[in-house]
Ligand binder design. Structure first.
Ligand code: MEV
Length: 318
């Protein structure tokens, strides 16, 4: 007797901050991400007509011929469902982190939805992690929003923890000596990752050697950070994050608001501070420890910034 198919399934995923290496990662350099404990949740159930609820907004899939004129979330959902060869279903997804702020909200939604659909189809997941097809489905979703996404956001949304990521090899857990603690402030509305990635590509077309020099410096910082994170040299890691911010300023992706928020954190005692994600607005991340965390959060809170925190516990590498 064959078991009847599942009618309902759910999935979860993490948000993330990039500690070092955003933008350069699009061009093949490594980057280091730290997952947030919060992210996105999704629930799917079999239905006669496919639809997607994102929070309180409903999107209904129309005929395939209309696909190109559909809103972005629907096109992304269509790409995700095609990758998983999914039946008609109703999906509901919600975020526990701010959207459009560089915290990987769209990737978290994509992974949570892909996990839920995969669960509905009874596909194997390994120790709660996505099987490869789910990771590909989440990336298909993400590419509709971001065009040339490196995949770091979906990898962090999927795996959690502190990750080393390259486009060529994907994600691997990074050895963390002692715990790693960050504070995050949401500074201002961000612009789309797609727009910021395109702005960097445009800068590179106009000034290839200048832009590549900045990318090379970011790559060198990330490579050195691997050892620094495995050891316990937090002050050195903080300095490297601040240097990474200065390089992102030179790439043209920071804003006066993000620079100011980094400055407030550093003056309050943060070991380092930088924008995180695509830039153009959004969030900054500061490296803190037990002695500095409260002062940094207070400095931002007094200026009305919304804050959250993340910690990577000590972990071995893969
Ligand atoms: C966005 O979180 C990070 C970027 O490097 C884009 C990407 O890697 O897809 C700006």
């Amino acid at each position: 007797m064959s078991a009847s198919p599942r009618q309902v399934a759910s999935g979860q995923a993490f948000g993330k901050v990039i500690l070092l290496g955003e933008h350069a990662v699009v061009y093949g350099s490594p980057a280091i991400a730290l997952a947030l404990t919060r992210g996105a949740e999704a629930e799917v159930r079999r239905s006669e007509r496919t639809s997607l609820w994102l929070g309180s907004s409903e999107y209904r899939i129309g005929p395939a011929a209309m696909a190109d004129s559909e809103p972005l979330p629907l096109r992304a959902f269509r790409a995700l469902l095609e990758e998983l060869d999914a039946p008609e279903l109703e999906a509901r997804a919600a975020l526990a982190i701010p959207a459009g702020a560089g915290l990987g909200a769209s990737a978290a939604l994509g992974v949570a939805l892909a996990r839920a659909v995969s669960g509905l189809l009874g596909r194997a997941t390994l120790e709660g992690r996505c099987a490869g097809s789910v990771a590909r489905a989440a990336l298909a979703w993400e590419n509709v929003f971001h065009g040339n996404a490196s995949g770091i956001d979906t990898a962090a949304a999927e795996h959690g923890g502190c990750l080393w990521f390259t486009r060529a090899a994907g994600a691997a857990p990074l050895a963390v000596g002692g715990s790693l603690r960050v504070a995050v402030a949401s500074v201002e509305p961000g612009v789309s990752t797609r727009r910021m990635v395109e702005a960097v590509a445009e800068r590179r077309r106009k000034d290839p050697s200048g832009t590549d020099r900045v990318m090379d410096s970011i790559q060198a910082l990330v490579a050195r950070a691997r050892e620094v994170i495995a050891g316990r040299e937090r002050a050195e890691l903080g300095r490297m994050m601040t240097q990474n911010h200065e390089l992102l300023v030179r790439l043209g992706v920071s804003t006066p608001g993000l620079n100011q928020a980094c400055e407030w954190a550093l003056r309050a005692g943060a070991l380092g501070a930088k924008l995180t994600g695509a830039g153009g607005g959004g969030c900054v991340v500061a490296l803190v420890d037990d002695a500095t965390r409260a002062a940094v959060l207070d400095a931002w809170g007094e200026r009305g910034l919304v804050c959250l925190e993340a910690t990577a516990p000590e972990q071995g590498s893969a």
